[in-house]
Design a protein around this ligand. Structure first.
Ligand code: NAD
Ligand code: 2ZO
Length: 521
């Protein structure tokens, strides 16, 4: 039961703290870190590529400096990683759920001990604030703890058949699973994918985004240190070519992908060649519905959480903020005031609430969405401009001021397309029926939010919203105990929650005959 595993978790916590691993970096500051260790990892060790690849620059978003070089994996490296995962699968899949749980709980414990170090590296590689990075690390750890708890509960069913015969089902792992991640939550995504996969007895080869390759390798080291068999969790670096090699590999049983809709379609197409199941966690353009009977203070807080976490680079963001006409002026005044007060700057400072966007090209893309919105008639109520911090070390960083766009209409590009930056679009509405129709008028369906004090309205509205995660009087919380994933083009399958066990395992039915074969021949 869960309580038994919780007791196990507590008993492991009482053990002495794990010693920091080799590549530990403490107390970093922006512009001070250079990552020189190899970033590929298979069969229990960090590895340099065995191929003559062209190294790619990886940047520190806060400063624009080169942080490290990435060696993309080609076919030889990918084969090595998959071979290691296949070998580890043989051993891991034979272990009991309790045995697997023990190692996963130990990994969670090491993450807890190394929380600050992992969070700092996430900041240095991604640009988000240290405050948020700590929460991401916690979410990764909690996910591993949660699935450790479920590992020992995996079970089949016994079915009585006539004449004393019976059948039973076995819940079995799939084999080598591939995880492919986006750059916005590098450590959290690697944890959210590996935790259910490993709990079910699978092994994994994970490919992070080439923009943020650093922290997934730390997770690989942690699993190894926790006692996982060599090859259980491997990391191969690279872009499309590496991802494509993984999806097509004959020894890969499943692909779990987090990223954009266009790439998700390609992943599905590649996986279909081998009839491999896919989990797709894709983009969104989610609506946030603010009714006049809401608690306005909470609605403003919700809208800020729905738009500005991680510099607005969040798949589930509620970027289409529909506000009921009567409260629009009051809402605008408050949201603009609070948005202008967001502290932008060095993401490693405790006071910073908004760090740097992930890359120079991405910053330019987001700013061009703001320009386009202006051309199409939206009014910039605040922000939407490049920001240069006063600290000379940060002058080359990728900062912008968070933006609120007023006078938006449903046809504008800023309202139709995922911007993936700190840009909130405000839309006015009059009736519940009208706003529901407009909210659902999108090809995406990842999330949605509603702020109202009317409990009946709240449930009536979420029932009609076509989205995988609906928030009532809150936004962008993702406890690992509940499923997360999209409707429509926002994805297939779910991450987190008990249901994800089904996406990383398969049922075998065994028929047992207790009498003679009743042959027709
Ligand atoms: N639903 C979710 O849970 C979730 C979470 C985070 C991000 N996202 C989405 O991710 C997007 C932003 O992330 P991104 O820019 O890294 O996305 P992306 O689609 O460009 O890349 C995602 C990953 O796919 C890899 N990739 C790209 N082309 C590939 C190919 N042909 N074959 C195999 N792999 C390939 C990339 O190297 C990267 O690792 C946004 O649309 C966002 O909404 C969704
Ligand atoms: C933890 N958040 C902020 C809800 C992010 C979920 C993952 C999507 O990008």
């Amino acid at each position: 039961s869960l309580s038994m595993i919780q007791r196990l978790a507590v008993s492991l916590r009482r053990r002495p703290a794990a010693a920091p691993l080799g590549a530990a970096v403490r107390c970093v500051s922006s512009a001070s870190v250079n990552v020189t260790v190899p970033l590929n990892f298979w069969a229990g060790k960090r590895r340099t590529s065995q191929e003559n690849c062209n190294k790619e620059n990886v940047y520190e978003p806060a400063t624009g400096r080169i942080l490290c070089h990435l060696e993309p994996c080609g076919a030889v490296d990918v084969n090595q990683a998959v071979k290691a995962a296949k070998s580890a699968f043989g051993h891991w899949s034979k272990m009991s759920g309790m045995e697997r749980a023990r190692i996963m709980i130990e990994a969670a414990h090491i993450i807890e001990v190394r929380r600050e170090e992992i969070a700092e590296m996430e900041v240095v590689n991604n640009g988000k604030s240290i405050t948020e990075a700590r929460l991401d690390v916690d979410s990764g750890r909690l996910c591993i703890e949660y699935y450790a708890g479920l590992a020992s509960t995996l079970a089949g069913q016994h079915v009585q058949l006539p004449g004393g015969s019976f059948a039973y089902t076995r819940r079995e792992p799939l084999g080598v699973c591939v995880g492919i991640g986006a750059w916005n939550y590098p450590f959290q995504i690697a944890s959210w994918k590996s935790a259910p996969a490993l709990a079910c007895g699978n092994s994994m080869v994970f490919k992070p985004s080439p923009v943020t390759p650093v922290t997934a390798v730390m997770l690989a080291e942690i699993y190894t240190k926790a006692g996982a068999p060599e090859g259980l969790f491997n990391v191969v670096q690279g872009s499309q070519e590496t991802g494509s090699l993984l999806c097509h590999h004959p020894d890969v049983a499943k692909v779990s992908f987090t990223g954009s809709v266009p790439t998700g379609k390609k992943i599905m197409e590649m996986a279909s060649k081998g009839v491999k199941p896919v989990t797709l966690e894709l983009g969104g353009k989610s609506p946030l519905l603010i009714f006049q009977d809401c608690d306005l203070e909470n609605a403003v807080r919700g809208a800020l959480m729905a738009n500005f976490l991680s510099q607005g680079q969040v798949c589930s963001n509620g970027t289409r903020v529909f506000v009921q006409k009567n409260i629009l002026p009051e809402f605008v005044e408050e949201i603009v005031k609070r948005t202008q007060a967001i502290e932008i700057g060095d993401p490693l400072l405790e006071s910073t609430r908004m760090g740097a966007l992930v890359s120079q090209p991405h910053l330019e893309k987001v700013l061009s969405f703001v320009d386009q919105a202006k051309k199409e008639g939206a009014r910039v109520l605040c922000g939407g401009e490049r920001f240069v911090p006063s600290d000379p070390r940060l002058k080359g960083g990728y900062y912008m001021t968070p933006c609120v766009l007023g006078d938006c209409t449903d046809e504008m590009t800023c309202v139709k397309e995922e911007i993936f930056g700190p840009v909130m679009s405000l839309l006015s509405f009059e009736t519940e029926e009208e706003v529901l129709q407009r909210a659902n008028n999108t090809t995406m369906g990842l999330a949605a939010g509603v702020f109202t004090r009317d409990v009946r309205r709240a449930h009536r509205v979420v029932e009609q919203i076509k989205a995988g995660s609906c928030f009532i009087n809150n936004y962008n919380i993702t406890p690992v105990e509940v499923p997360f994933g999209g409707f429509k083009m926002s994805g297939i399958g779910r991450e987190n929650g008990q249901v994800t066990i089904e996406y990383y395992s398969q049922l075998k039915t065994v028929f047992v005959e207790m009498g003679d074969v009743d042959s027709l021949f």
